[in-house]
Write a protein that binds this ligand. Structure first.
Ligand code: TXA
Ligand code: MG
Length: 319
């Protein structure tokens, strides 16, 4: 039996299966089985009122999961699925509260990875899948990351190599009066705007659904992480070294200081490649057991918005 067939069988039996997507690895369970979904929350240590994204093999299943689907959803699905876009729509009454966290909306996406699509087709239904990490930790972008984080809690990890995008999907809320991006991703507002005819605004409204990806402290390494403007990097590094700290620096340019307590890792100048490597780099820097991870702040530019968002959240934990 091949791994995909075995994985689909495990999902049908209510077990957890981790699988690659183009963004990050997901921790999958049968979205129609509340007991299987409960296992996701237990394995991740995630609060049960945080909703999950349901992954579908294609857009033809949208009507099973959502109602009052706006025409824009179909256009976006045609343009970007399979791909790194999650749509928040009004939930179908049959969707379990365990998925939606009791809200009246549901998150749906068709991931763009051959193994994920094979699994979803073989399984035939929706697969609920958060990122396959412990709650609040760095999302996994390789099968090894998943095993490190979740170990025996997951019955099978499908290994599809490193994820192409490297950070989580863009979440677009289409359930309200106007489209809003609840979580920025590498599919940016301009691309979505071209299809919608209007560029979506960022952030939820006061009554918007809860997004754990929008908690300030999220995506965090264990080592305190600080962002510094590129021009201030050398000064901040020197200060920390003078205070006796061991410092890991992630920046495009070396800080120009030679010190035995300083480790420098080169960061990419291109936002796509930076995103692709970000979580692997953070894990590597975390493993050095330094006192501080210093990251050169990315440019204040749309192309860097999603990366800047993840870095800001990683830094928020350290305050
Ligand atoms: O790229 C991704 O989206 C990855 C891969 C595995 O597909 N998944 C992912 O799942 O990042 P997770 O659970 O780590 O983050 C999903 C986010 C959460 O912040 C959750 O609160 C939000 O989506 N979400 C899910 N359903 C929602 C809903 N109905 N309304 C608002 N936010 C929702
Ligand atoms: Mg996550």
């Amino acid at each position: 039996m091949n791994d995909v067939v075995r994985a689909a069988g495990l999902l049908r039996a209510g077990e957890l299966v981790a699988f690659p997507t183009e963004t990050v690895y997901g921790l999958g369970a049968d979205a129609a089985n509340p007991r299987a979904i409960a296992r996701i929350f237990a394995a991740k240590g995630r609060p049960v009122d945080h909703p999950l994204i349901v992954h579908l093999p294609d857009a033809s299943q949208l009507e099973h999961w959502a109602v009052d689907i706006p025409e824009a959803a179909h256009r976006l699905a045609a343009a970007f699925w399979p791909g790194p876009l999650t749509l928040i729509l009004r939930r179908h009454p049959s969707v379990s509260d365990a998925i939606t966290g009791g809200q009246d909306t549901v998150g749906l996406r068709v991931p763009n990875h051959p193994l994920a699509l094979q699994l979803l087709r073989e399984f035939g239904g929706g697969v609920a899948a958060p990122s396959a990490n412990r709650f609040g930790r760095i999302s996994p972008t390789t099968a090894a990351h998943v095993r490190e984080d979740l170990g025996d809690a997951v019955a099978l990890v499908l290994d599809g190599g490193p994820c192409a995008v490297g950070i989580e999907s863009t979440i677009l809320d289409l359930s309200g009066a106007a489209p809003r991006i609840l979580r920025p991703g590498m599919l940016d507002a301009a691309a979505i705007g071209k299809v919608l005819g209007v560029v979506p605004a960022f952030g939820g409204t006061a009554d918007a659904p809860r997004v754990s990806g929008s908690l300030e402290a999220h995506y965090a390494p264990r080592t305190p992480l600080q962002l510094a403007a590129a021009t201030e990097l050398a000064g901040v590094t020197t200060c920390a070294l003078d205070a006796g700290q061991r410092v890991a620096v992630l920046a495009a340019q070396a800080p120009g200081i030679a010190h035995e307590s300083l480790v420098w890792r080169a960061a990419d100048l291109d936002p796509e490649r930076f995103a692709h490597d970000l979580y692997t780099r953070l894990r590597e820097l975390d493993a050095l057991s330094c006192d501080l991870i210093l990251v050169a702040a990315p440019p204040d530019d749309e192309a860097w918005r999603a990366v800047a968002d993840r870095l800001r959240r990683a830094a928020a934990t350290s305050k």
